[in-house]
Design a protein around this ligand. Sequence first.
Ligand SMILES: Cc1cc2nc3c(=O)[nH]c(=O)nc-3n(C[C@H](O)[C@H](O)[C@H](O)COP(=O)(O)O)c2cc1C
Length: 325
Amino acid sequence: MLLYFAPMEGLTTSLFRRLHARSFPGADRYYAPFLAPDGQGRVKDSALRELAPEHNRDLHLVPQVLCNSAEAFLALSRELAAMGYGELNLNMGCPSATVVPKHKGAGMLLDLQSLDAFLDRVFSETPLRVSVKCRLGLESAEEFPAVLKLLNAYPLSELILHARDRKGLYQSTPDLDAFTLAFASSAAPLAYNGNILSPAHYSVVMSTIPKLDRIMIGRGAIANPALFRQLRGGEKLDAAELFGFLEELFSSYLASGLGEYHSLGRMKELWYYVNHMFPGAGRELKRINKARSAGEYRASVSALFSSGRFDADACFPGALPGIPR
Ligand SMILES: Cc1cc2nc3c(=O)[nH]c(=O)nc-3n(C[C@H](O)[C@H](O)[C@H](O)COP(=O)(O)O)c2cc1C
């Protein structure tokens, strides 16, 4: 089974990825959060630095792009090829209201003729393998057969399907029936994504699609960084290793020059997910969220871990058929 860490803007930074790969081996690939190039394919230096091989040592990283201009895609793919990358993932799933109306992300599904022209140009000139991360549709999974017919006409290295429509954002129950249909007719190897939040969620998906051989996990692995290890038959997450991981990540952010305020911001975004591993610890978690300095933050994290509320079997909440939220 191939297990992928999903791209998570603001969360799976290069510092996070490197530390995660070292502390919790088990993910075969990490997908970088999207690059958003301008019309000429230029991205900020800071975004390219995040992809620099020296910041992503000892892990398999796949960069991702959010754009609908073939020129921009091609210019960026040449730059990434020069950096040593072999694959670029196209984001066709972002549901944001600031992205979709521009026909980017899931908005690429608004006009399949333009998408066809984009892919035609991209595949005839790119030096890289191209994979796609896509949703089932904008309003409904009924849109997907037409999308898949179009994608099947191109030599995608892989299709990662987030089994929701755009309307479902990150909340609706993933549609395993629609995914199963896609699995039967995708020309490219198909990876599953959506609400694999615990071993129980994984079992539901695997018993529905037994031949599935690749899975992408996002929020479940942010909340429980040992989830990949656990799915491979390893130990559950241990409170002491979680504490060590979070402290090392925080120290790394501080040492990177990000500053106290932004380092705290990064950690609090992470805690939005991690807090689910501490059921009933509302008071302690609120203290973390209110921390204004590194000292306050560390004291409140220590208090939380001393509370005895950690539960290795807890997970980020989310439904799948047979598993209520
Ligand atoms: C905070 C956040 C940031 C995300 N950033 C990206 C991104 O940069 N690119 C992308 O393709 N998907 C992004 N996603 C979507 C995830 O990669 C994934 O498809 C989604 O969370 C569903 O998988 P999960 O249920 O395993 O979390 C993001 C999701 C969240 C919640």
